[in-house]
Design a protein around this ligand. Structure first.
Ligand code: B1M
Length: 214
């Protein structure tokens, strides 16, 4: 049987109910429950359902935006709690993450950043609509091991290629993802690829463990 609170979490996002999503997020944090399954099977499952409703024409832009607002509100409560539970430790690596310029989709990127943080990476989240130059300057500033770039539109994927070219002379490795991206695309531009937030953690681990220059 499924934990009923997961379905409550999912429903708060499907309903786009910010107040309920925030209340449940606070309750989940206070209860000491494992937060990663709560994020994946609760809130993220909700936003995946919203994506399905949108694609089937049941949801329109206002519902979509409202659900995205509720998702962000819940994550704003859960994310710092995850970091606090982990406590101060030597990071596995430093990651600069963002959604590329021209692209406002930041929910998947935020999930990826949250999971990377929860698994021991130091994450610098630049948000959405991030120019290539901003990725580069922050990567230099924090001595990033990985630049992680999300793209949700076929029209903005090309910015990942621009970023790959710009990073080719530096030491930071590029990880790309987002619904329209594929392993073939990543290979073509010389980047690593991850399908979802959990596989992004595995891909980031592999990148920091790989010998320099590989
Ligand atoms: Co937009 N949108 N949207 N949208 N939107 C899509 C992406 C779309 C597929 C819907 C559709 O038409 N079927 C379509 C893109 C088509 C295409 O180019 N192939 C689309 C469109 C067209 C648009 C607009 C152009 C609509 C319009 O205005 N006419 C517009 C563009 C605005 C812009 O960016 N310039 C637009 C706007 C919006 C909203 C603002 C309303 C809202 C975004 C709110 C926000 O993010 N703050 C929105 C939403 C919510 C969606 C859908 C419904 C859901 C996206 C989402 O959050 N999914 C989406 C349809 C869909 O995906 N079913 C759609 C949940 C999230 C957890 O999954 O982001 O895929 P996802 O992330 C996953 C993986 O992809 C991966 O891991 C994540 C977690 O598992 N991943 C990475 C993501 N980044 C990664 C990075 C990594 C590794 C893995 O390493 C670095």
């Amino acid at each position: 049987m499924q934990d009923p609170s997961f379905s409550e979490m999912r429903q708060s996002i499907v309903d786009g109910d910010v107040e309920v999503a925030e209340r449940i997020a606070r309750e989940v944090v206070a209860s000491g429950t494992d937060l990663l399954p709560a994020i994946d099977e609760g809130f993220a499952a909700g936003i995946r359902e919203v994506g399905r409703l949108w694609e089937e024409g049941e949801y329109f832009l206002p519902e979509l935006v409202q659900s995205a607002v509720a998702m962000k509100a819940a994550m704003a409560i859960v994310q710092p709690a995850l970091a606090a539970r982990r406590g101060p430790r030597e990071p596995l690596g430093r990651v600069v993450i963002g959604t590329v310029q021209g692209d406002l989709h930041d929910i998947g990127k935020t999930l990826v950043g949250t999971l990377l943080g929860a698994h021991g990476f130091e994450v610098h989240d630049l948000g959405a609509d991030v120019p290539v130059e901003t990725f580069l300057s922050r990567a230099r500033e924090v001595k990033a091991d990985i630049v992680a770039a999300s793209a949700l539109l076929t029209t903005t994927m090309v910015v990942q290629d621009t970023l790959a070219r710009a990073l080719s002379s530096g030491t930071a490795k590029l990880l790309v993802g987002g619904a329209p991206t594929t392993p073939q695309w990543a290979k073509q531009i010389g980047a690593a690829h991850a399908e979802n937030a959990m596989s992004a953690v595995a891909a980031a681990r592999a990148l920091v463990e790989a010998p320099a220059g590989s």
